[in-house]
Design a protein around this ligand. Structure first.
Ligand SMILES: Cc1cc2nc3c(=O)[nH]c(=O)nc-3n(C[C@H](O)[C@H](O)[C@H](O)COP(=O)(O)OP(=O)(O)OC[C@H]3O[C@@H](n4cnc5c(N)ncnc54)[C@H](O)[C@@H]3O)c2cc1C
Length: 337
């Protein structure tokens, strides 16, 4: 059993910064995340994209922001349970017990849910035996572009993710070859990204195969992807040799197990009181993209503010007889435990 002051569910940007604000109040945190690495959407969906609306950073790459947040909380030595999903939330004698899908138990007087979009579930194309090739050449998310260095890659999808990664992998000369397969002739992404991809196709840098979908995968003989079968609306089946097939059809947001924790839910999000982002369960707070209230904006900046206020009330529950006086970091500095 891991014991701490605050169990933070979700190690996205908001969960990470909440740890910092809790640390300033000398409250210990333990983070739980289903993903194997911290960073939430910033790492899962857009690690290489620039963000322009983080105060004090005219421009910062999503991955870099996560690195900085991790550095900022280092001093408070938070604990991490990564690659495990928080499954149940029980109450025992004024404490909460959060148990993960792997049976790991965490105990604390307060819980802050920073679960973002919930548990990420990639939308998968209906291809027979697709699961057989998962992590053997089929990936639903580009985690590290270097993974595709000198590889033959087939991406499929028509949204920003498919377009952005096509552009990134080509502009940075990472892949050996790239084919982008899309069911329609038009794309749903930003107009300038669509134009860039069209220019790349016209220049022969990529193969753009529209009015088509990937319908089959063949092994290279060792159980790894060796080629994909592409069904064209008019031309029939095309077999394309490939080392990787990356279907980028988006992620289905789902509250996941949190939906069964007797929390008040509205529009697929946890209802909170904006006084301190508390939920209907005393001692449980919800911050970042996972919560909802009148005027809610799903922005990192707003999540940082929410986490800051939530830890103030968490402090009052953990130390009912202590008065917490706001101290500036410029005056007190930042020191660990
Ligand atoms: C393409 C794109 C571009 C964006 N650009 C910007 C931008 O420029 N500026 C901006 O401010 N915002 C931007 N956003 C929005 C921003 O990414 C989100 O507001 C932010 O990620 C929310 O942070 P979070 O920590 O609340 O949630 P998330 O980043 O979603 O992290 C939540 C974490 O909780 C985990 N989790 C959920 N449920 C459980 C569970 N039961 N057990 C264990 N772990 C769980 C998830 O695995 C995840 O890692 C963008 C979003 C996208 C998709």
């Amino acid at each position: 059993m891991i014991e701490t002051d605050i169990i933070v569910i979700g190690a996205g940007p908001v969960g990470l910064f909440t740890v910092f604000e809790a640390g300033l109040l000398k409250l210990r945190c333990h983070l739980i995340d289903s993903l194997p690495v911290p960073g939430g959407q910033l790492i899962e969906i857009y690690p290489k994209k620039p963000i322009y609306d983080i105060p004090g950073f005219p421009i910062v790459n999503a991955g870099e922001l996560v690195d900085n947040l991790m550095k900022q909380i280092e001093v408070f030595k938070p604990g991490f349970t990564l690659g495990e999903t928080a499954l149940t939330l029980d109450e025992v004698e004024n404490h909460f017990i959060v148990t993960t899908n792997k049976g790991m138990k965490h105990k604390a007087p307060t819980v802050i849910i920073a679960g973002g979009l919930g548990v990420f579930e990639p939308r998968k194309p209906p291809i027979e035996n697709l699961d057989k090739f998962e992590d053997k050449g089929v990936e639903y998310i580009v985690r590290d572009p270097e993974f595709y260095r000198n590889k033959r890659v087939v991406i499929s999808g028509g949204g920003d993710s498919a377009l952005d990664w096509t552009i990134y992998l080509i502009e940075n000369k990472i892949v050996k070859s790239l084919a982008l397969v899309h069911r329609r002739t038009s794309f749903r992404g930003h107009l300038d990204s669509v134009q860039k991809v069209m220019d790349m196709a016209n220049a022969g840098a990529i193969e753009l195969i529209t009015e088509s979908e990937v319908v089959g995968i063949n092994s290279n003989g060792n159980g790894h992807v060796g080629s994909v079968v592409i069904k064209h609306a008019n031309l029939g089946d095309i077999v394309k040799e490939a080392d990787h097939f990356v279907p980028l059809f988006g992620l289905t947001p789902s509250l996941g197990p949190l939906a069964d924790w007797n929390l008040e839910i509205e529009k697929n999000a946890v209802k909170v009181n904006t006084l301190d982002y508390s939920t209907n369960r005393k001692g449980v707070f919800a911050v970042g993209d996972i919560n909802t209230y009148p005027g809610k904006l799903k922005l990192i900046l707003c999540g940082f503010h929410e986490g800051t206020l939530a830890v103030q009330s968490a402090f009052a529950k953990i130390h009912p007889n202590k008065k917490n006086v706001l101290k500036y970091t410029t005056v007190n500095g930042v020191s660990g435990f």
